[in-house]
Ligand binder design. Structure first.
Ligand code: APR
Length: 174
């Protein structure tokens, strides 16, 4: 089942998949970066649904409809802010990927697209974040054959390079 994890360059708001993941904040009330892009593309109904979710803890995930997005669902997860690596940031980031995939499987999603969680405004170093992300995704897919494909949708070449390197080095057959 090789190739179930892919790295692409692109805009996650344009992807026609079962679920896209939003690198949100704990309020779930929108923000900048990919969060802002997803809310702009989805339209105001997304925020309206998010208002009813009562926020989300870092490392956990909540799911909404996709509204005007081509994706059916949006899975919102607040990633950890990088504070140097001694505040459990790695485990929290791993938890983001696992929590999103658990929800995706629960909702019968077969294709899931992720942005590079926490590596923008939250300053998580890309080299570390990419290895954590790929390892967490590979471990989940090895146990969950129902999910057909997971992609990292990278907004720039530099980000894509780190995820391609992490994928090449992960070694786990998915
Ligand atoms: N498609 C895919 N990736 C995108 C897009 C897009 N349209 N726009 C931005 N990105 C990328 C960024 O280039 C970065 O690689 O998403 C990655 C995550 O960056 P941020 O969006 O800054 O997310 P994060 O670092 O997790 O910080 C989250 O930022 O926007 C606020 O409300 C959000 O407070 C939260 C914080």
């Amino acid at each position: 089942m090789a190739g179930r994890i892919q790295i692409i360059r692109g805009d996650i708001t344009k992807q026609k998949v079962d679920a896209i993941v939003n690198a949100a904040n704990c309020s779930l009330l929108g923000g900048g970066g990919v969060d802002g892009a997803i809310h702009r593309a989805a339209g105001p109904e997304l925020l309206a649904e998010c208002r009813g979710l009562n926020g989300c803890e870092t490392g956990k995930a909540k799911i909404t409809k996709g509204y005007k997005l081509p994706a059916k669902y949006v899975i919102h997860t607040p990633g950890p802010v990088w504070h140097g690596g001694s505040r459990g940031e790695a485990e929290l980031l791993r938890s983001c990927y696992r929590s999103c995939l658990e929800l995706a499987a629960e909702y019968g999603c077969k294709t899931v697209d992720f942005p590079s969680i926490s590596t923008g405004v939250y300053h998580f170093p890309l080299e570390k974040a990419s290895v954590i992300a790929i390892d967490a995704i590979a471990a989940f897919l090895a146990e969950h054959k129902e999910i057909q494909r997971v992609r990292m949708v990278c907004f720039d070449e530099r980000t894509a390079g780190f995820y391609e390197t992490a994928l090449a080095g992960c070694g786990v057959e998915t």
